[in-house]
Ligand binder design. Structure first.
Ligand code: HEC
Length: 142
């Protein structure tokens, strides 16, 4: 490990003791919060399905779920809900950008998986979870 990695590990280990939440707080209307929470639970299921399918070499199926559930196709899924129940329009631009990045990453993976470009799909797979991690690491809504 390079020294700054050790330093980072130290900070992470000391994290719970410091217990200061560095994430930015943004508040969404309660109906949008509820929509977001349901979407998040769905995201985790989708991710689990994708990993299971990739592990059993069912790349096309993994790609289809990635596109439908996490990709650009899923981006406008709340457009028919009342405005106060749609999370996207209430997010600060920087947070919304992370959401968009996640949809793009999922679609990029989906394209490679659906055309059975195995090496490329595997190389793109971690971008799916990176999108979750980068938003969770910087934003909270309560
Ligand atoms: C644009 C930001 C953003 C992205 C991207 C994002 N999340 Fe979340 N996620 C949140 C926020 C904000 C909460 C907290 C919701 C709350 O407090 O009710 C959350 C909460 C969750 C929860 C907890 C739900 C609950 O019942 O409390 C899960 C599980 C989750 N996210 C999974 C994921 C997964 C998996 C991904 C990636 C595929 C992902 N999230 C991507 C913002 C994001």
């Amino acid at each position: 490990m390079r020294p700054h990695h050790l330093w980072l590990a130290g900070v992470l280990l000391a994290g719970p003791a410091m217990a200061e939440d560095q994430r930015q707080l943004t508040t969404l209307p309660p109906p949008a919060q509820e929509t977001l929470r349901q979407e998040m639970l769905n995201n985790l299921v989708a991710l689990n399905d994708i990993l299971t399918l990739v592990a059993t070499d069912k790349l096309r199926e993994a790609g289809a779920i990635a596109e439908q559930q996490l990709g650009l196709s899923a981006q406008d899924r709340h457009r028919d809900k009342p405005f106060e129940a749609r999370p996207g329009p209430h997010m600060p631009p920087a947070m919304h950008a992370l959401a968009m990045e996640g949809h793009r990453a999922a679609s990029e993976f989906a394209k490679a998986a659906q055309t059975e470009e195995r090496d490329r799909a595997l190389a793109l797979l971690p971008n799916l979870t990176s999108a979750c991690v980068s938003c969770h690491a910087s934003w909270r809504i309560r």
